[in-house]
Design a protein around this ligand. Structure first.
Ligand SMILES: NC(=O)c1ccc[n+]([C@@H]2O[C@H](COP(=O)([O-])OP(=O)(O)OC[C@H]3O[C@@H](n4cnc5c(N)ncnc54)[C@H](OP(=O)(O)O)[C@@H]3O)[C@@H](O)[C@H]2O)c1
Length: 240
C-alpha cells in the first residue's frame, strides 16, 4: 500500500489531504506540531482503521525533523507532501496583512514566514529523501501559491508571503534537478486555489475538498516531464 507523509495535517488543506488519501486506502503519516491538540486529526486517525498515524513535527525544529526521519527509518514514502505554511502573525486574509504593508514591515514576522515556508520544506525534504527514494511513487511536492508567481503579480503588497513562496519555488526547482539526477525523484510546486481555510478565509473561491481532489489528480499525473514545474490544482500550469 502506498504511503504519504503530510506536514501541517491538523487543519486546513493538510487535514483534507489526510482525509482524502486515507479514503483511497493509503497509509498516511499525518504530521502536526502539537498532536495532543489535533482533535479533528485524532478523530480521523481513530476512524481510519490504522491507516492514519500521527507524528509530531514542527518544520522549524530541525532536530525534531531529523528525529522523526530516524523514527521512520526504512519506511518507504511514496509522496512527501509539504503542506504546512504560514502568512505570519496577524496577517490572515481580512486582517489587511498589517505585518506586510510597505513602511510597516515586521521583520521578525518575515523571518518566521521564511523559516516555515522556505526552510521548512527544504529541511523536511533533506531529512526524508531516502524514504522517498526507496518508494515506488518517488514524489516530493509542496504547496506554494500563485502569489509566489512574479509574472502573475498584478496587485502588489504581501511582501513576505509572496517572497517566501517565490523562494520556495526556487528551492523546489533546484531540488527537481538535483534529486531527479541523484535519486530519480519527481518534485513539483502546487497552487491549491484560493481555499476556504483559516488562511484563505471565508470569502475564498473554493472549499478544501474541491481543492484537494484536484491536487491529488495533479500529483497522480506527475512524471519526469512534469517535474520542476508549477501546477494549479485544476491541472493548468503557472508561470514563474
Ligand atoms: N488557503 C489558501 O487559499 C492557500 C492558497 C495558496 C497557498 N496555500 C498554501 O497551502 C498550505 C496550507 O494552507 P492552509 O490554507 O491549509 O493553511 P492553514 O489553514 O492556516 O493551516 C496551516 C497549517 O500549517 C501548519 N503549520 C504552521 N507552521 C508550522 C510549523 N512550524 N510546523 C508544522 N506545521 C506548521 C499549521 O499548524 P498549527 O495548527 O499548529 O498552526 C496548520 O496545520 C500553506 O503552505 C499555504 O501557504 C493556501
Amino acid at each position: 500500500m502506498a504511503t504519504v507523509l503530510i506536514t501541517g495535517a491538523n487543519r486546513g488543506l493538510g487535514l483534507e489531504l489526510t482525509r482524502q488519501y486515507a479514503a483511497r486506502g493509503w497509509e498516511v503519516i499525518a504530521c502536526a506540531r502539537r498532536p495532543e491538540a489535533a482533535t479533528d486529526l485524532t478523530a480521523l486517525a481513530h476512524a481510519s482503521g490504522g491507516r492514519v498515524a500521527l507524528e509530531r513535527l514542527d518544520v522549524t525544529d530541525h532536530k525534531g525533523v531529523d528525529a522523526a526521519a530516524r523514527r521512520l527509518a526504512g519506511r518507504p514514502i511514496d509522496v512527501l507532501f509539504n503542506s504546512a505554511g504560514t502568512m505570519g502573525r496577524g496577517s490572515r486574509v481580512g486582517a489587511g496583512f498589517p505585518a506586510s504593508r510597505f513602511g510597516e514591515i515586521d521583520y521578525a514576522d518575515w523571518e518566521e514566514i521564511f523559516r516555515v515556508n522556505v526552510e521548512g520544506p527544504m529541511k523536511v525534504t533533506e531529512a526524508f529523501v531516502e524514504h522517498v527514494a526507496r518508494s515506488a511513487g518517488r514524489k516530493v511536492v509542496a504547496l506554494s501559491s500563485v502569489v509566489g508567481s512574479i509574472a502573475s503579480n498584478t496587485s502588489g503588497g504581501l511582501y513576505a508571503y509572496r517572497a517566501s513562496k517565490a523562494a520556495l519555488n526556487a528551492c523546489m526547482k533546484s531540488l527537481a534537478i538535483d534529486l531527479g539526477r541523484s535519486h530519480g525523484l519527481v518534485v513539483a510546486m502546487l497552487h491549491p486555489g484560493w481555499v476556504r481555510t483559516d488562511m484563505g478565509g471565508p470569502r475564498a473561491d473554493i472549499d478544501a475538498p474541491e481543492s484537494v481532489a484536484g491536487l491529488l489528480r495533479v500529483v497522480d499525473g506527475l512524471d519526469a516531464e512534469k517535474s520542476g514545474r508549477f501546477w494549479r490544482y485544476d491541472g493548468s500550469e503557472l508561470p514563474w
